[in-house]
Design a protein around this ligand. Structure first.
Ligand SMILES: Cc1cc2nc3c(=O)[nH]c(=O)nc-3n(C[C@H](O)[C@H](O)[C@H](O)COP(=O)(O)OP(=O)(O)OC[C@H]3O[C@@H](n4cnc5c(N)ncnc54)[C@H](O)[C@@H]3O)c2cc1C
Length: 299
């Protein structure tokens, strides 16, 4: 059977794309290996009607919605390979089965790489987060730290100061601020620690202090970290999609990449802020793009 679209990735982007495609009577398969980017958190914030929801519960409700549409099939497994053969894409799943499809939507998300600091993993997603728009409210007015090793630090510090005026920035031995930026931070009473970090300490996911290699300690109740971002799946590059200078997949406003028949949506474009609601909306837009293109081809 020739499918209309294979959707790879069942985060908010792929889920919403599936909904729109299923409602447009398109035969689709949604593949998902269930490694959501925000799986480390207990709660997701900022999605109207779903504020504070557990990531797994969000997904359960979304999949329940999809069950109303007979043209949507869900496969809980990884896609291992995609190839263009004649006019169709051949998608291979982990169990070895092959599926032929007219279109492919990459909603595969991103992977975060945390700085190599002892103890950091036990706090990530509990009291140490990557985005103040997602978790700033929960940390408001607390003594916070921003851990950042690169030039995103100044912008992030500025943003975080919106939620707490007790902020310190730790660069873990990296000299990343210009003299002018340092002066501004001092004026705003944001302390900068350039010393190398030995470890983060605390209990049950609650950050308590930062220990520096020079023996000093800084007491903090939570904070933010800038993470390294990479594509969670290699398909965009394998298929020849144009990437932007941040390593995201370049698309038009309806998710079309430069490769005919290949679409992308959600975090994997990197340019949009990372939010569930934005990923879902981009999934919806890409699905509309796919339906437009299929109808135009067939009409
Ligand atoms: C710590 C943290 C906290 C966050 N908190 C919030 C918050 O409170 N509110 C908010 O709005 N946003 C939050 N975010 C951002 C949010 O998680 C992302 O914006 C959102 O998950 C992006 O959705 P997506 O569908 O693009 O990708 P994802 O949600 O990452 O989903 C991608 C899916 O594709 C699957 N996949 C990848 N490759 C394959 C493959 N080869 N085969 C099959 N499946 C594959 C993955 O397993 C995954 O299930 C947070 C992010 C982090 C890191």
């Amino acid at each position: 059977m020739l499918l209309d679209c294979v959707i790879i990735g069942g985060g908010p982007s792929g889920l919403n794309a599936s909904l729109v495609l299923g409602r447009a009577r398109k035969k689709v398969i949604l593949f998902d290996e269930n490694k959501l980017r925000n799986a480390v958190t207990h709660e997701s914030h900022g999605f109207i009607t779903r504020d504070g929801i557990k990531p797994s519960e969000f997904k359960r409700i979304a999949r329940e919605d999809l069950m109303n549409y007979p043209d949507i099939t869900m496969e809980n497994q990884r896609v291992t390979d995609i190839k263009k053969e004649n006019d169709a894409f051949v998608v291979r799943a982990e169990d070895g089965r092959r599926f032929r499809s007219r279109k492919v939507l990459l909603a595969t998300g991103l992977k975060d790489e945390l700085p190599a600091i002892e103890g950091i993993h036990q706090f990530y997603g509990k009291t140490l987060f990557s985005c103040p728009f997602c978790d700033g409210w929960e940390l408001r007015d607390r003594p916070l730290v921003l851990i950042s090793e690169d030039n995103r630090a100044f912008h992030m510090a500025k943003m975080i100061s919106n939620w707490s005026n007790n902020l310190a920035v730790c660069t873990n031995g990296n000299l990343i601020f210009s003299e002018e930026q340092k002066e501004i931070l001092i004026r705003k009473q944001i302390r900068v620690f350039d010393d190398e970090i030995a470890a983060l300490e605390g209990e049950s996911g609650r950050l308590a202090k930062i220990k520096f290699r020079n023996g000093n300690e800084l007491f903090r109740a939570g904070g933010f970290v800038t993470t390294g971002l990479t594509q969670a799946a290699p398909f965009a590059e394998v298929l020849g999609c144009k990437m932007n200078n941040m390593g995201g997949i370049e698309t038009d406003t309806l998710g079309r990449t430069n490769i005919e028949g290949v679409y992308a949506s959600g975090d994997n474009s990197i340019l949009a802020p990372s939010q569930l609601i934005i990923a879902a909306s981009e999934g919806s837009k890409a699905a509309i793009g796919i339906v437009h293109d299929l109808v135009n081809e067939d009409f």
